[in-house]
Design a binder for this molecule. Structure first.
Ligand SMILES: Cc1cc2nc3c(=O)[nH]c(=O)nc-3n(C[C@H](O)[C@H](O)[C@H](O)COP(=O)(O)O)c2cc1C
Length: 189
């Protein structure tokens, strides 16, 4: 059994849909247990993320997948507040050699989603984690990785309702990422 945790922030619910798809993909691999963890407003007090129980849950995970909408060309501030609160785990290198991966969504086709994925990657490196790429070629008939990302799953949603965007292709891309991380987590175990 390996544990895959997905931790994300979502302001208007679009990232949440993508997070659910990532979890679905991870849970499709037998021998995997998943935690889907939302960063809630109540978890942040005076700009500081204070939910220590979540940090402990991540300390116990074999793989951690990070998710946030791209706000102003990087991860939403609520995700950064969570990231800053992991400094204790960093100090003790509790996440060393765990797998890491990430996903993001934004309103513009680029929107600079890459800035968010690059933050996730540097964050994972600071924890001495092992980054898992998306591992899917763009231009597939089912629309997987239609936005053409290598470093993680990207999706598109602006003001549309969350039952419309992210669309089925982007959610399938998220599922593929979850399944890839889960399969690798089992192999590592
Ligand atoms: C404060 C704020 C900043 C944003 N910045 C960007 C941006 O830099 N690039 C972009 O393409 N979309 C941007 N957007 C659009 C969101 O990324 C997009 O609507 C996303 O689907 C929101 O996800 P959520 O529903 O999980 O919050 C921004 C939205 C907000 C509210």
């Amino acid at each position: 059994m390996a544990i895959v945790s997905i931790i994300y922030f979502s302001g208007a619910g679009h990232t949440e849909k993508l997070a659910e798809a990532v979890k679905k993909g991870a849970a499709s691999i037998s021998g995997i247990s998943t935690n889907l963890i939302s960063i809630k407003g109540d978890d942040i007090l005076n700009g500081r993320y204070i939910n220590e129980a979540v940090i402990s849950q991540l300390d116990e995970s074999d793989a951690i997948i990070f998710g946030a909408p791209t706000y102003m060309s990087g991860p939403a501030a609520q995700f950064k507040a969570f990231a800053d609160a992991t400094v204790g785990s960093w100090f003790n290198q509790k996440w060393k050699d765990k797998l890491a991966a990430g996903f993001t969504i934004s309103g513009a086709p680029s929107g600079d989603k890459q800035g968010t994925l690059q933050f996730f990657q540097s964050f994972a490196m600071s924890h001495s984690m092992l980054w898992v790429s998306l591992g899917e070629l763009p231009g597939q008939p089912d629309g997987v990785n239609r936005l053409g990302s290598w470093g993680g799953a990207m999706a598109l949603a602006s003001q549309e309702p969350t039952d419309v965007a992210p669309n089925a292709e982007d959610k399938l891309t998220g599922e593929k990422l979850g399944a890839r991380v889960a399969g690798l987590a089992l192999k590592m175990k």
